[in-house]
Design a protein around this ligand. Structure first.
Ligand SMILES: [Zn+2]
Length: 335
């Protein structure tokens, strides 16, 4: 039996030495080390041998397997190092190139505009804790506003953030006042999905805290962002809105860019489109993060980047963003 094994080894090493292609190496690997190889056959018949012979033959089989495996590896590396590729630089390039997502494009644009106005770009974790997502934003456990946001709870007071507002809290904790930050990012809500709603969407949080900050500062910043994004002078208006972390709170509307304010199906005939919640930072929110509301005031806003991208590129179904279907995105001339 052992004589056969030695012969087998010689034969294998010779064949490996003569191999010239990676495909031959693969074939030899299967022939000498695969499940149906001679060595595997011998090893599975070991149990029928007397104990002494079993031990000796088993040891030999393992040693030979190791030698063959090493020879295969060495030869394979040698073949790869000797192979050369013919490169034809006149070959046409693959025209199907990728591009940034429309949400990323719009997000980058907003960040650029805000950076020019002195805002720093910050980020925060997508898995948040209850304190940063709710408590520090003036939304304690008993507050009815918690029910306004259908939350994915992860246990141990962890959750998928429902908005980018926790980034405000983390920035105030870290940098104090005065402060100007913008935080783009992904948010999650446990919502039924339709043409206007997604359980995963992108927001951009903006916050400015300084002495004597007031509502006109907020309006100026929002108008500047939107006019640059849409490359035209846009009109905005504020309507009272309730959000626990701002006081007063507003809904910011933008004059419909499709009909110019005349009224159309997109703006449901009103001439205005609801764009983002905003307002003056609630004194409680400042106080929780150790900023004195008697000395400082500020504004905050949360722009829906997904909605902004839909308006800019005239995408009427929010679901296309997460389909990963290039044909769907191609129709908007983005990809
Ligand atoms: Zn309209």
């Amino acid at each position: 039996m052992n004589k056969n094994l030695f012969e087998l080894r010689e034969c294998a090493l010779k064949e490996i030495e003569n191999a010239r292609k990676p495909s031959e190496i693969a074939q030899l690997k299967s022939k000498y080390l695969g499940k149906k190889s001679k060595i595997s056959e011998v090893m599975s018949s070991l149990k029928n041998l007397p104990i002494e012979e079993r031990r000796e033959t088993g040891k030999l089989c393992n040693a030979i397997k190791k030698q063959i495996a090493e020879a295969l590896k060495t030869k394979s590396e040698q073949i790869l190092s000797e192979s050369s590729f013919d490169i034809d630089i006149t070959m046409p390039i693959n025209k199907e190139r990728g591009s940034l997502s429309p949400i990323t494009i719009v997000g980058n644009e907003v960040c650029d505009i805000l950076q020019k106005m002195g805002f720093a770009i910050v980020s925060g974790p997508e898995i948040e804790d209850e304190y940063h997502n709710f408590d520090a934003l003036n939304i304690p456990a008993s507050h009815p506003a918690r029910d306004m946001q259908d939350t994915y709870w992860l246990g141990s007071n962890k959750l998928l953030r429902t908005h980018t507002s926790p980034c405000q809290v983390r920035a105030m904790e870290r940098y104090g006042a005065p402060l100007r930050i913008a935080a783009p990012g992904r948010c999650f809500r446990n919502e039924d999905i339709d043409a206007c709603h997604e359980n995963t969407f992108f927001q951009l949080e903006g916050m400015c805290i300084d002495k004597n900050i007031s509502i006109p500062n907020l309006i100026y910043v929002m108008r500047t962002i939107l006019s640059e994004i849409f490359a035209q002078d846009v009109q905005v208006r504020l309507r009272p809105g309730y959000f626990p972390f701002v006081e007063p709170g507003f809904e910011l509307d933008i004059k419909c860019l499709i009909c110019g304010g005349e009224g159309c199906p997109t703006c449901k005939g009103s001439g205005w489109l609801e764009l983002c919640p905003c307002g003056m930072v609630h004194p409680n929110v400042l106080r929780i993060s150790n900023i004195d509301p008697d000395e400082y005031s500020g504004f905050a806003f949360g722009v829906g980047l997904t909605r902004l991208a839909m308006m800019k590129y005239h995408i009427n179904d929010i679901r296309v963003f997460n389909t990963c279907n290039l044909e769907e995105l191609d129709q908007f001339g983005i990809v």
